[in-house]
Design a protein around this ligand. Structure first.
Ligand code: ADP
Ligand code: MG
Length: 265
């Protein structure tokens, strides 16, 4: 059979696919993630994955559109670049995830479940977090805070118009989380979005139960970050008073029963 002129130069089919896959992997959408996206789509959580919203420390966030034309945030944890050692600091010692293997992929699965489960507990408990909609493999789908396809800015990019009010609101959120039996553990202006319906708290994967041996350290660190940020904004705020306010009341002591995975299919 006569070869077409440039056929020799073309890479073999197998080689071509591998290259393609490698490119996809470096762009978050490895084949398994694509299958998970497709499954979430079949389940009706969105019809299209539209724009990249942000590239966080461990995940890429996309905006998706639902059948009704609404928006959702699709958070896809990167398998290649996640910090597994850091993740284990928040997984080990949390009774809900006791015995999670140290293998990279299983750590990432636990991390994704943990974010969904924490968001569910916080949202059900009236904390200002995105409503969790679904999770699968390394993907969490949640309420999108933005206008059209554009996400609202995070607090680090904006100056607070009313520092005292914002401070008291965020302190009340930390208290709610604590009284529900958790500590957020990564409370920072980068994880707070300024929406037209007030401030909202993101990035809840590392939140631990109060039973975690370092829960109190994480709480002190969260409150310190908050106090430091608002002091810079000119608010008269005090760490001890904040801690007393948070701890006034009897927190729920949670165990394994607090894991809620009811979106999994
Ligand atoms: N539900 C959401 N709505 C709007 N923007 C979001 C949402 N979730 C994340 N983002 C944007 O993506 C960024 C990274 O998300 P985050 O959950 O903090 O991921 P990471 O764990 O990678 O830090 C946030 O700072 C915010 O700008
Ligand atoms: Mg973040």
């Amino acid at each position: 059979m006569r070869k077409r002129p440039n056929e020799e130069k073309r890479p073999a089919r197998e080689e071509k696919r591998t290259k393609h896959e490698r490119r996809l992997e470096s762009n978050v959408f490895d084949r398994q993630s694509l299958m998970a996206i497709s499954k979430l789509r079949q389940q009706g959580h969105f019809v299209t994955v539209d724009y990249p919203v942000a590239k966080g420390k461990e995940a890429n966030i996309y905006c998706g559109t639902t059948h009704e034309g609404g928006k959702v945030a699709i958070k896809i944890y990167r398998i290649e670049t996640s910090n597994f050692i850091r993740m284990h600091e928040y997984i080990d010692g949390d009774p809900r995830f006791a015995g999670t293997s140290r293998k990279r992929f299983e750590t990432l699965l636990a991390w994704t479940r943990k974010e969904y489960s924490n968001l569910k507990a916080f949202h059900d408990g009236g904390v200002a977090v995105p409503r969790p909609l679904a999770f699968l493999r390394n993907i969490v789908v949640m309420e999108f805070f933005g206008e059209g396809n554009i996400a609202f800015s995070t607090m680090d990019q904006l100056k607070s118009a009313n520092p005292k009010k914002d401070y008291l609101f965020l302190l009340a959120q930390i208290k709610k989380i604590y009284q529900l039996g958790f500590v957020h553990s990564d409370f920072s202006p980068y994880n707070i979005v300024v929406t037209d319906d007030g401030l909202k708290i993101l990035d809840c994967a590392q939140a631990v139960l109060l039973a975690h041996p370092r829960a109190e350290d994480f709480l002190a660190r969260d409150v310190e970050n908050l106090v430091k940020y608002f002091r810079k904004q000119g608010a008269d705020v005090n760490f001890e008073a904040a801690m007393n306010y948070i701890k006034d009341g009897k927190p729920v002591l949670r165990g394994l029963e607090s894991v809620k995975y009811d979106s999994e299919h």
